[in-house]
Write a protein that binds this ligand. Sequence first.
Ligand SMILES: Cc1cc2nc3c(=O)[nH]c(=O)nc-3n(C[C@H](O)[C@H](O)[C@H](O)COP(=O)(O)OP(=O)(O)OC[C@H]3O[C@@H](n4cnc5c(N)ncnc54)[C@H](O)[C@@H]3O)c2cc1C
Length: 474
Amino acid sequence: MIKNKATDIDVLVIGGGNAALCAALTAVEAGARVMLLEAAPREWRGGNSGHTRNLRCMHDAPQDVLIDAYPEEEFWQDLLKVTGGLTNEKLARLTIRESATCRDWMRSHGVRFQPPLSGALHVARTNAFFMGGGKALVNAYFRSAENLGVDIRYDAPVDRIDVDDGRFVAAHVGNTRITAKACVLAAGGFESNRDWLREAWGQNALGEWPVDNFLIRGTRFNQGVLLKQLLGMGADSIGDATQAHMVAIDARAPLYDGGICTRIDCVSLGVVVNRNAERFYDEGEDFWPKRYAIWGRLVAQQPGQIAYSIIDSKAIGRFMPPVFEGVQADSLPELARKLSMDVDVFMQTLNRYNQSCRLGNFDHTALDDCYTQGVNPAKTHWARPIDTGPFYAYAVRPGVTFTYLGLKTDETAAVHFGTKPSRNLFVAGEMMAGNVLGKGYTAGVGMSIGTAFGRIAGTRAAQAALNQEIGSRA
Ligand SMILES: Cc1cc2nc3c(=O)[nH]c(=O)nc-3n(C[C@H](O)[C@H](O)[C@H](O)COP(=O)(O)OP(=O)(O)OC[C@H]3O[C@@H](n4cnc5c(N)ncnc54)[C@H](O)[C@@H]3O)c2cc1C
């Protein structure tokens, strides 16, 4: 049971992931009395942040776990490229600069860093890895928040909030109404809300509801309840409901919370066919870290939203092995049979591909000169015949990481209503990440945005609450 006297709480933080925790910690550091409402029970706390491994950091010279330099301009250009310009430069640069200075603060709350383990996506220069992963990070933040007196409530999903003329008044958890002087919304995207995803994606030409075959890589608790309510009451929005970051993941992954270990990383070493045994995209277009995030959508566009990554034994040892073994066979026709595919069509596809390979010097660490000729779609790098048994297949499905639709904000992290910033309602993390990352992705930037805006939102909310207190005493 949540009790709240109107005067008890200065800052109410809604959410229990990285952005919420950063907001709660900065608000309590600023002298505010803070309550944090986490929808999940304690053992599932932390949202998608618990699944993360790193954050992207600007730095001008080598720094502890970060090698070389990753200057502001390069970070900005990377963002510009992946978003195709769908980014607010002011907010992006603010995030980038914050990423240069936030790690000491993170350490002061118990977060530890480590160099990347092998199998990470070539990011030793740009990304700082959390020792123990995102789970250790959120545990450290929760511990620190408890020690600093933040009132943390689990199993506390907020159903709705009361807003009066752009001002936050109260939040409702079931029958309990909680008032506070200021509020930070940090409740993630809506990727776990399959009904909303279904509505956004609709039906395809085959009459299928593609979303029914999607898996959610992270928490089940990001239902987008407050995002929907805020958009409904006229808060300014950013982004498109049909856009989501999606990775092709092991089709055997659980519906929620499979996390990073469900990724299938051998696509660029072989070919990918759909359930009709047809190839549909260039598997060697670019380095895997730059392409893994487009394959979720590609698979989503295939019949049945399933595809199969096919490799031969030459690929073994060249990629991070999946948790579960693939389907294995000594010959390609046997593999097709095991996958319940039309053997003739499968062999036609594989033979056509194998015959089209123009072998150069195979080098998986470079954009090499092994490519196909005369086959559609082409494979432009790392094209080698699939001819050396045993052969392996991994079934993949679209795995949703996060959605892009969010609330529009500015450098103060305020929620806007009709372009007017709220004086006491702020937003951080995935709920506003679309301001910086309108589409696309570059590894680690989700946590950079959440850390930067969580801290800004926490500071601003504390200021709003404490100024209000002074105002009411005057
Ligand atoms: C498998 C996976 C790996 C990833 N790896 C990385 C990585 O290495 N680096 C990186 O930068 N990004 C990564 N991301 C993206 C990253 O997780 C997000 O960008 C980031 O965690 C967003 O933080 P957040 O606090 O906004 O949301 P979350 O961490 O998802 O937290 C949202 C919180 O809100 C709570 N909540 C939701 N609704 C309500 C409600 N109505 N009332 C109360 N509480 C509510 C949830 O329970 C949850 O605690 C990864 C994502 C996934 C799924």
